[in-house]
Structure formats: C-alpha cells, structure tokens
Design a protein around this ligand. Sequence first.
Ligand code: UD1
Length: 430
Amino acid sequence: MSNSNPQPALEIIGRNPLQGTVKISGAKNSALAIMAGTLLCADDCRLSNMPSLADINTMGQVLASLGVKIKKIGSNWEFNPRDLKAIKAPYELVSQLRASFFVIGPILTRLGVAQVPLPGGCAIGSRPVELHVRGLQAMGANVTIEHGVVNASVKGSSGRLKGANIFLDYPSVGATETIMMAATLADGETVIENAAKEPEIVDLANFCNSMGAKISGAGTDSIVIKGVERLHSTDYQIIPDRIEAGTFLVAGAITHSEIFVTSVNHDHLIPVIAKLSEIGCKVIQEDENTLRTLPGELKASDIETLPHPGFPTDMQAQFMALLTISEGNSLVTETVFENRLRHVAELKRMGANIKVKGNSAHVVGVSMLSGAPVMATDLRASAALVLAGLAANGKTIVQGLQHLDRGYENLEQKLQGLGAKIQRLSDYQS
Ligand code: UD1
C-alpha cells in the first residue's frame, strides 16, 4: 500500500445513518453505446440526461477524433457527425475504454470501411471481441486484424453490409450492440439470436428507432433489424443508471437506513431488489420513479452473476460488501467475467471474512467491519469499498479514484446529501 506520490482519495467516517433522497444520473453504459450510435446518422443528434463521467468524456474524445463536432450544455449533448472519417481512432483513447470499440459497427455500415484498435486487456478479464467480429463477417464484412488494429471493409460494389442470421454463442452486450447498429443500415433483414437482453440494449434500439431504424424484439433473445437506407436526426433521453441506483439501494441497506432513490426505473432493478429483500432490506416503490429502502436484519444469501435478467455482474462487488456484515454464510459466484473478485483482498483488510476458490467467494458475515486504507482495483470494486467504508467502524481511505470517477457522477456529493461523512482529499499521502 505504500504510495510515494500524493493521490486523491476518499475519506469516510463510517457507521453514520443516511437519510433523504438521492437523484440517479443517466446510464453510463446506455450513453456510451448511444454515443457510438450517433455515428449512424449524417444529421445532428441531441442526447439528454447524459451523465458527467470520465468514460463519457473519453468516448466524446474518440468521436471527436473521428471528425464528430460535439457541443455540451450540462447533461445535454449535441453531435454533428457530418464529417465522419473512417480513420483510425487513437489507440491511447480506445485502450482506456472498451466501449469505444463499439464505434466499429456504425462507422463500417455508414462508410463501408472502419479501422479501430483492439480495446486491449482490462483489470476484470481479457474481454475479447471475436463475437463482434464474427457478426460483422456474417454480414459480409472483410475483417483483418493487423498490428493490434481491426480493419473492416464491406465487400461488393453496393458498399452496404448484407442482412444475416446471427447466433451469438454468448449473449454479449457489446456484440449485440455492434451487430444491431451495423444492421440498421444493412441491405435486408438481420436476426440476432441469443441476443443480450439488458435494458441498455433496449435503450439503444429505441434510440436507433427514433432515427428511423426498424428494430423489433430488443429485450428478448431474438432481435430483428430491417435495414434502411438512411437515418435521420433525433432528440433522445438516456435511461436512468440501474447500477448507480442499485449502489445507492445497497448504501441504504448497509447503513440500515431508510433512503429514497429517485429518477430510477423499477423494472430495470428487479434482480437487485429481489436479492436485497432476500438479504433483509425491503425496497418499495414509492412512486413511479422513486424507490425507498426499508432496512432490516441482514442475512446471508447466495449470488450468481448472469446475463440479464439474472443478477448483474456490475452489482456483484457492492453486494459482496453488504454480505460481509450479513449474518451467516454466503456464496458469491462470478460467471460473467474471469477476474472480478479483486475487491476481496481489500474487503479483508477491513475485517471481512472471505475465502476465494476459483470464481467463487465464500463470505462469512462478521458483526462489524473496521475502517482501513484500501485501494480500488476497478470501477465497481471502488463502489464496494465506499459502501464498506460507510458501514465500517472508524475511518476508511479509498484510493484509486480514477476507477470510481469513470462510472459514478458526484458520488461523494450525492452521499454527503444523504448525510454520509465522506470527503475527497486531493493530496492523500499513504
Ligand atoms: C457490458 C458493460 C459492462 C457489463 C457487461 C456485462 C458497457 C460499456 N459495459 O460490457 O459494464 O459488466 O456488459 O453485463 O456496456 N465476450 C467474449 N467475446 C466477445 C464479447 C464478450 O468472450 O466478443 C465475453 C467477455 O469477455 C465477458 C462476457 O463475454 O466475459 C460478457 O461480456 P459482454 O457482455 O460483451 O460485456 P461488455 O459489452 O464488454
């Protein structure tokens, strides 16, 4: 843990009850895919409810590097992709953000040629892109990978991809998005079988349809896309972030507090709410957009991450923090990513009793965590450490905030608004 350079860190004084209302921002993962989707249209597109996050800014830089002009006013962004070029997006940007690879589908289908660097490895697993590539090939693209760059071009004189029947070996979110976007401007009908069903897929389909695309079945296993010749300008509002909302619901549960989480979509949170209730924290729907936590005694529960509508991998770390102080034995199994239990070592520094075997963690609930200096290893792990800090006795210092800032808008201000004792230290020296 020694760190010679001062770094930003969060200081949390735990065991302080929360109260009040927190407003959830727009969904990061929807916004990233939809930003790529703006490349499908030659006219301006306007997006509202855009979250203010490092990942969103990086994606904006990727689009700008491809010739897109962007204007931002608060959470409203305007994209003008008239001068889109098929040139290579810079590796320095694509390597920071896997979702930036998703521009390959829109660029290829609109311009007939695209060059995008491979996104590279990532802390939570190798995250390959062969399902994206195979889908594009099935639609007639010629794809080669040279020197770490994926070069894709459309065969034949029409310059258009061709509709195809594509069965995904695994319901990958990114591959479903890449193929769905590419198919909107293809010649003929594309059917994606074993498609991902996440709410962000539905949001991307609704966005594309608002530009004149013909997509049906998004949110089911089978998505049908009838290709059209061109798409038109649109104004579109991004859905609420179900993972940010879920993180705040866990904040209510872990601090035994009644809080209101607003600007949410209840239906997107069903697996999270069901698991919270099993653990002992009921969540009730207060009104159309607001949920309220009703805390109770916390009991152990088993969790297995799965593609939607199963339990989301992006909530696994936060629930692990909750289970560390839930009475009894819990088994947490990560099936979506191969290396997503790195928060365990940090939670153990705070007194958690966890043993990892393969892709499972056996958690024995302890009566209390104790505050400690900890290091965030990835985005959702950093949220888990903040949650653990809220429940722990004494002071917790969370370092590695570059991960947290990728995916949580103003997390400490939102928690402060609920009464948490949390502050950002700009120059923490460990
Ligand atoms: C998206 C989300 C991420 C979430 C994940 C699963 C975005 C920007 N990110 O990531 O927050 O955790 O869905 O819900 O939306 N895989 C392959 N080959 C491929 C593609 C994927 O083997 O071609 C594997 C991955 O390595 C991983 C699993 O499939 O093990 C799931 O990946 P995928 O659903 O594609 O996730 P992402 O789109 O990267």
